[in-house]
Design a protein around this ligand. Structure first.
Ligand SMILES: *[C@@H]1O[C@H](CO)[C@@H](O)[C@H](O)[C@H]1NC(C)=O
Ligand SMILES: *[C@@H]1O[C@H](CO)[C@@H](O)[C@H](O)[C@H]1NC(C)=O
Ligand SMILES: CC(=O)N[C@H]1CO[C@H](CO)[C@@H](O)[C@@H]1O
Length: 395
């Protein structure tokens, strides 16, 4: 056979193959309407289901425009890489009674998921915030998270803006190997329980170049969070970057291997915080190998804090109750800036499980107000300090 013929034959087959590879699913072809009123959940789900079945890579496109979207769950497993491209603005119904679950937009059981596109998620939270009575009612209604990722592996979440979420902006649960970057998460300072990114039972999460201003924690890492790299996060207003709360219930998995680097906190309640409940559990859980480096504090109430005496809803022992969480190998390096209280670092560990191997290296914190003076407070801490320490170290 002539080699030219073979070449041309291959070329045709290869082009056909390449065409099978990739397909665009535009929600407008599934009846979506960008009129700000019509619920688009059915149209988006139809597009998702076709894309999910497609045997090549697929993009679900939401073009520019403003779309009303009720609660939706985009489920896998899918046949190949899924790209969810949000170029428009998605609006949640403001009526919380239209939600059956605690999430507005959910992605579940997908391997290789890309969510981005430069669009906006508008949780329209004002009505829900007024209904939030969680400060006084222990059985309060859980309000919807804007976007939830459950059992996603190899996820890339990027270039999106989330505003006015009803409760959390983003939640990761049971995920593996996730990258979150170029995100902007905004809600008012006084919007209750509006965490930025909340993580539990997940391994391998990279968060970088994210700007968060919200009413609760900028980032919260809960039970079973392992292998997290956080860098270039701007947090403020908000309650800081937290590990915890942990150790309230039996069976919580350990938190291990967290690095927080090159972040700025501005006007936040806390900077870097680890908090655990006073509770006696069947088994001791561990928080270990936590590294904070190159952190700037601007007018922060508690720049560095370990609170093992967390107990917001029943009377606590003021001298430090007993926690079932062992904290070890925590280092703070190159932390600088201003605090608006009288404590720079509060390290309040449990009397029955003193913190082990806490190190402070080159800390320079000063009061943001004139005439005030900063101190450090340590309780049940074992470790060491190196380099410059302003104010004077308490380990
Ligand atoms: C203390 O923790 C640091 C990391 O924060 C680690 O490099 C060091 O080896 C630990 N020391 C001990 C004695 O475990
Ligand atoms: C603390 O760090 C040391 C040195 O890296 C390591 O050997 C030890 O296992 C760590 N402790 C925990 C509880 O992870
Ligand atoms: C949030 C934050 O502090 N980001 C800084 C990370 O480091 C680069 C380079 O030094 C700065 O330009 C960013 O401002």
């Amino acid at each position: 056979m002539n080699t030219n013929f073979l070449f041309v034959f291959c070329l045709l087959v290869c082009i056909a193959e390449a065409k099978v590879e990739y397909k665009l699913f535009n929600v407008m072809n599934y009846g979506a309407r960008a009129d700000d009123r019509t619920d688009n959940s059915v149209a988006f789900l139809k597009a998702w289901n076709d894309a999910c079945k497609w045997r090549g890579k697929s993009t679900i496109l939401i073009p520019k425009g403003s779309y009303m979207l009720h609660e939706v769950i985009f489920s896998g497993p899918c046949n190949a890489w899924m790209n969810f491209q949000i170029e428009g603005t998605l609006k949640a119904p403001s009526d919380i009674y239209l939600f059956r679950t605690d999430s507005w937009i959910s992605f579940r059981y997908v391997n290789k998921l890309n969510v981005g596109g430069g669009g906006t998620l508008d949780g329209q939270g004002a009505f829900a915030w007024a209904k939030n009575d969680c400060q006084t009612n222990r059985n309060c209604r859980t309000l919807p998270t804007t976007m939830t990722f459950q059992f996603i592996t190899n996820g890339y979440i990027h270039h999106m803006r989330s505003i006015n979420t009803k409760q959390n902006h983003f939640v990761l649960f049971g995920c593996k190997n996730m990258v979150m970057t170029r995100l902007k998460l905004m809600a008012p300072t006084d919007s209750p329980n509006t965490d930025g990114i909340k993580i539990a039972m997940s391994t391998g999460v990279t968060i970088s170049s994210v700007n968060i201003g919200t009413g609760d924690d900028c980032i919260a890492m809960l039970y079973g969070t392992k292998g997290v790299r956080i860098s270039d996060v701007y947090c403020g207003p908000g309650h800081g970057i937290s590990i915890g709360s942990l150790g309230k219930n039996n069976g919580e998995d350990d938190v291990d291997d967290i690095v927080v680097k090159n972040c700025t906190f501005s006007g936040t309640d806390n900077g870097v915080r680890i908090k655990t409940w006073t509770a006696v559990l069947q088994k001791i859980m561990h928080v270990s190998n936590i590294h904070y480096e190159d952190i700037v504090m601007e007018n922060v109430r508690n720049p560095i804090i370990i609170d093992q005496n967390y107990c917001p809803s029943h009377p606590c022992n003021p001298k430090g109750g007993v926690s079932s969480v062992q904290i070890s190998n925590v280092s703070y390096k190159f932390i600088r800036g201003s605090a608006n209280s009288d404590v720079a670092a509060t390290l309040q560990c449990s009397p029955n499980k003193p913190c082990q191997n806490i190190t402070m290296d080159t800390i320079n914190l000063w009061p943001s107000g004139k005439g005030s003076k900063l101190n450090n407070e340590c309780l049940n801490v074992k470790g060491a300090s190196h380099g410059i320490q302003v104010p004077r170290a308490c380990i």
